[in-house]
Design a binder for this molecule. Sequence first.
Ligand SMILES: O=c1ccn([C@@H]2O[C@H](COP(=O)(O)O)[C@@H](O)[C@H]2O)c(=O)[nH]1
Length: 537
Amino acid sequence: MREKVEAQGRDLLVIETGDRVEGNGLYDSSDPKGLYLSEILRHQSIDVMTSGNHELYKQNTSESECLVTVHDFKDNYLASNIDIIDPETQELVPLAERYKTFTTKIQGIRIVAFGFLFDFTGNYNNTVVQRVEDTIQEEWFQNAIREKEVDLFLVAGHVPAHSPEYKAIFKAIRSIRPDIPIQFFGGHEHIRDYAIYDEKAVSLASGRFMETIGFMSIDGLSTKNRPTAGRNPVFKRRYIDNNLHSFYHHTSSDKDTFHTEKGINVSRLIAESRTTLELDKIYGCVPRDLWMSRRPYPHDASVYTWLEQDVLVDLLSDESRMDRPAVAVVNTGAIRFDVFKGSFTQDTVWTISPFTNQFRFVKDVPYGKVQLIMDVLNKQTKVVRRDDDAHGGDVDALAPPAQVNHRRWLDSEMDGTQQILSEALAEQSDSGEVIPGYTTTDDAGDDGDDTIHSSIPYYRVPNCIQALISANESIPETADLVYNEFIEPYLTLAAKFAGLDVDFGKEGESYMAGVTMTDLILRWVKENWPCDDSMHI
Ligand SMILES: O=c1ccn([C@@H]2O[C@H](COP(=O)(O)O)[C@@H](O)[C@H]2O)c(=O)[nH]1
């Protein structure tokens, strides 16, 4: 693409907006995590790169970001509002440069670029995420937006396209620079989205899990050599399905001409890494598809129903608690992908359940109170004021990220069924049949999707599910309340609402020490879904 575009006298920039880690065997399967992924990433030519929240959940992840990824992309990695305790010096320092100025190779466009993370509060305490609204008051930012020689402000970030954070940045720049175009690139909400702030400022978000290459073209920017005398640039956006058919089409090539030597080498590196990590190793065969949101909950085909009725009930048990009844509470956001019928591999494990949280419990909690806590977690929208801080206190954050966005659509009385997520590999079938996938409507209309798809049903799921683990069928008076540690701060606050005075952080104890939900899922699959010859795919 770069070659093609440059031959036309234009520039191409590649922007990466974070969440490169967690949720894929190439990252999660190695020890230390990310070993093979960093090597692959290193070969990519990325012009502006930012951190997502996933890079900051754990100390080791952000430290490796600092020591490896920032190092590898030091001219292009931007961290406008993230500091880290440097693992080598123990000093609090910016994770990367706050901003950069550069001029594009072909057209000489002078750009001032920033890299932001949304107002994230769930980071481990070796990093500090400064609120965007505070960051833009800082002297360095105020100086940067007053930069004289600028044709375009480029704000990349792991921040939703429609968000208070981006609105604040837009207002801050516009108040000083009424005429300079601003291109935002966003993320985090797991949706394709496009926001029009004014005639010269727009924002593009490219969905989740690298299913989408968001493509933005800006035509007619006024530059030093080609001033456009006050005319507005023309912005166009396209959501490209991430597959070879799309790439052939947009590079005007085919299977024989598309591949470059570098591309072939990186593909080989990926294949070798997958082999070393045994990502195709089969642990079992899944008899039927299990969906996150394509079927209602509860449902035979819901991954959450399977989790609560089978995996947790069969396997969650701590030796020291013997036969005492337990109620397990798990957030639905902990599951990251559908489980497809067919081979269940080493890669599948990490794709559906990448988090390393362990289980904890509080003993002898009245069963009725557990039900009240569940009501609070699933029916309230917020359990705390923002300054109370429990990952922002927004219980929606316990559910799969795309659902939070879905709520916004419903709240704004737009048709919530318009923005549908593709769970399938989206490509045109050979017979020309329209395949289910993304059908996006955004601020510019419904013509952004590069491939036309039929829509996919979407059902809301609760923020948390529960499983009663008990030797007999009856409802116990009290039970161990077992939970994955990610939800601990939310539980403490929900308990207050439910009239239960328990500080889970202080009173919670380890349950099945060292075991994660990922381990339970894998064990359950191995024990219950062996492959027979007819089931291999
Ligand atoms: O340990 C964890 C970390 C995250 N989650 C869930 O993921 C989302 C955030 O996902 P994004 O991809 O960054 O949008 C969070 O809100 C939780 O629902 C988790 O369950 N456990």
